[in-house]
Design a protein around this ligand. Sequence first.
Ligand code: FEO
Length: 401
Amino acid sequence: MPAIEIKPDIYWIGVNDRTTDLFEGLWPIEQEGVSYNAYLINDQKKAIVDLAKAFKTDEFFDQIAEIVDLSKIDYLVINHMEPDHTGVLRTLRKLAPGATILGSAKTREMLESFYGVTANVRVVEDGEMLSLGRRTLQFFSTPFVHWPETMMTYETTHRVLFSCDAFGGYGALRGAIFDDEYADLGFYQKESLRYYVNIVAKFSKPVLRAIEKLADVPVDIIAPSHGLIWRERPQLIVELYQKWAEYATGETEAEITLIYGSMYGNTEAMMNAVAQGISGVGVPLEIFDAARTDVSYILPSLWTRAGVMVGAPTYEGTLFPPVAQALEMAALKRVLNKKVAMFGSYGWSGGALKHLKEIIEPVKWELLDSFEFTGRPTEGDLEKGEEFGARFAKMIRRDEG
Ligand code: FEO
């Protein structure tokens, strides 16, 4: 895509990535893609805000060169050091050797450790202003959104907030960059949530701190470094991020995630009975086969919903590994304070339930109920499973409260 002017003399530059399979080497994006957005301000002083991954480097620098002579770049603002935003840094240094790098004190340390860059780096303070001529930039320290060095940059005339990871999402751009150019924002909202839970959610407190800190800053455009630029409804993505961040410690939706695995269909047969019980009560339910679904797609459901129904057989005395691994990742991502029930089949001795308790105890998930059976479930077992599902659904709906 060519550079796009988002306000007079302020340009979106960036690259769409539709060929990386795993974001951070971890999270699948082969279907959805991702964009690395950066910005160019062509004032008397010329500034680039953030860069891109070392990917399609020619395309990235050609976009800039169409507007300004690269060697005339005065400033490179680094809001965040993660290499999806700095991968082309060393190339930029060669093309624009006179550009001063601006960032936080932590950024200066990381520039040396990641890229061996120490020269022509200037630390900017929280709230500091920088005149580019007609336009002024202001820098806001927003640590841990997503790394400790992170800051946001605000352009004061057109009230554009360059927020880097904050308010970003997965999803390559589809030939347009603004929210109002998409008739259906559902895809980007869903992928923003998945991105939030995969990447940022562990830092939900810093996210809330950043939103509060910037609450009185008038913003017309939210320009993140992944996904859409929000110019029609900038408040929408802020409110969504706030809601997702508040889920970390506050009340979540009275809904259930059912995560299961099954070796020979016995736990799956019970899963269907349990799901029937839950759905019969009318509580919204999402079902994931942990062996066949990457945890990236399971985490948003776990994050937003109050109830977790775990269905897993005992496997060599432990919880069926794909289910255990998904729950361990949820614990790593600090998915806290869930209500849980567990069912599953075992052959000769249990162990799954004990293992589940070990996984969920550190993240304060409360086990409300469990139901294990031997081998293949009988008709009677399936009836009990349906009742078990219904009982749990009523607890999640807080019927007893
Ligand atoms: Fe998009 Fe934390 O990097």
